[in-house]
Design a protein around this ligand. Structure first.
Ligand SMILES: [Ca+2]
Ligand SMILES: [Ca+2]
Length: 413
């Protein structure tokens, strides 16, 4: 098993509760990635009563008419790569671009992986601990590839590369952001384009355990934040006008939302525009945050005063936004892996549901919300080892990335 530490990252340092021993014993190793053993099957999904139908008065809502528990899905392996961490697509291009944590971005076309890498950052990054190439996304016009990684000093870099004729031009590298990382873990690193066509980057709290620098609640640092920048509006980027703290002295103007511990994966609903953030917990709660379209600016998701829906180090901040869903580490879970709202055609019963998983049990789960309430939350009864990320293609179909190598497409069961 590769890289439990990629996400959990808090096995040492003394959180309020220890990580499960399974997570502590799993060191990152290159051999694991070289020998994928994935089967598209999973242990029985732990389903606790608290997960199912908490709240939910929206029986009249169209989405609620579909019982997620009756949806049958399967995972179909489409490729096996070296520690895949992120997927991106371009408008009008059926290629799946997949980032390998060791530094390459590869192209998957017509069921096979192109021999030539689209971009190779393997000399600029190192896949160790929670580090490596962590996020990729294309500009809305498909002519720029953004790559987020830790450099050889372990510090965060966000670069832009010109993209043409199926490849990124390494000579065109433009550094957008450079953020020092005080500790090796909690580097976030996911990048996405929002419905506003702006570029979002998630950064963890800097690392160690418990947020010793109190970065989450400190609007003077980029750590522990979701950032939003306009890479085309200035050099190297512009601050979007609507960023919530641009007028606040001592606040970093790139901040879009704060109070995050390690927003390893976040996404936007491609139809509704809602923001979904899966924030990895310290030791007690794994959380999913949800902001309806256009309502996420300035949100304080509570860390390190709150961990999920419980207290961590103090009373909740006045502007605290509770997670829409959280879960404990019962059943061997350790680290939430955020996915996407399903908007594809292949599995109609899943439409509008948010899919996610947990790195340690790998079970694919789905939930629907009705306002602030979770209307349904189920296991889809499929899974994969070391589920580290999800992908979404131009048709809205979803993919599951295992850090052990396999990339799966979610298909009807
Ligand atoms: Ca860090
Ligand atoms: Ca929170």
């Amino acid at each position: 098993m590769a890289g439990a530490g990629l996400l959990a990252g808090c096995a040492s340092g003394g959180g309020p509760t220890a990580a499960p021993s399974a997570a502590q014993s799993q060191a990152v190793s290159s051999s694991a990635a070289a020998a994928p053993t994935a089967q598209a099957s999973a242990p029985p999904a732990p389903r606790s009563e608290s997960e199912r139908r908490t709240g939910g008065d929206g029986e009249d809502a169209q989405q609620s008419q579909q019982d997620l528990g009756a949806v049958a899905v399967d995972l179909q392996e489409v490729a096996s790569l070296e520690q895949p961490t992120a997927m991106a697509v371009r408008q009008g291009d059926d290629t799946l671009f997949i980032a390998e944590r060791t530094g390459r971005v590869v192209a998957l076309r017509n069921g096979s992986v192109a021999e030539q890498a689209v971009l190779d950052l393997s000399e600029q990054t190192a896949a160790e601990g929670e580090r490596g190439l962590l996020g990729i996304v294309f500009s809305p016009d498909g002519q720029t590839l953004y790559a987020s990684y830790t450099n050889l000093d372990g510090d965060t870099r966000l670069d832009a590369y010109n993209f043409a004729e199926g490849a990124a031009d390494p000579g065109s590298r433009r550094q957008l952001l450079a953020v020092d990382q005080p500790f090796g873990n909690h580097n976030g690193g996911n990048v996405a384009i929002g419905p506003d066509d702006l570029l979002y980057l998630g950064l963890g709290d800097g690392g160690s355990a418990g947020d010793p620098q109190a970065n989450g609640q400190n609007r003077g640092t980029l750590l522990g934040k979701l950032l939003r920048i306009d890479p085309d509006g200035g050099e190297p980027y512009a601050i979007p006008e609507g960023n919530p703290f641009v007028d606040e002295a001592d606040a970093q103007p790139e901040i879009y939302a704060y109070g995050l511990r390690n927003p390893w994966r976040f996404s936007f609903d491609r139809d509704a525009g809602d923001l979904w953030i899966a924030d990895v917990g310290q030791g007690a709660r794994e959380e999913i945050d949800h902001a309806p379209s256009g309502q996420g600016a300035g949100a304080n998701y509570g860390w390190n005063l709150r961990e999920g829906g419980i207290s961590y180090s103090g009373p909740p901040p006045q502007d605290n936004v509770e997670p829409v869903f959280d879960y404990t580490r019962d059943g061997g879970r350790c680290s939430v892996t955020g996915g996407y709202v399903y908007r594809g055609d292949a599995i109609p019963g899943l439409r509008g549901a948010y899919l996610f998983s947990d790195y340690c049990d790998g079970v694919i789960r789905a939930l629907r919300v009705d306002g602030r309430d979770v209307d349904q939350s189920v296991s889809l009864d499929v899974g994969a080892p070391a589920v580290v990320s999800f992908g979404q293609d131009n048709d809205g179909e979803l993919y599951v990335l295992s850090l052990e190598g396999p990339v799966y497409r979610l298909v009807p069961g």
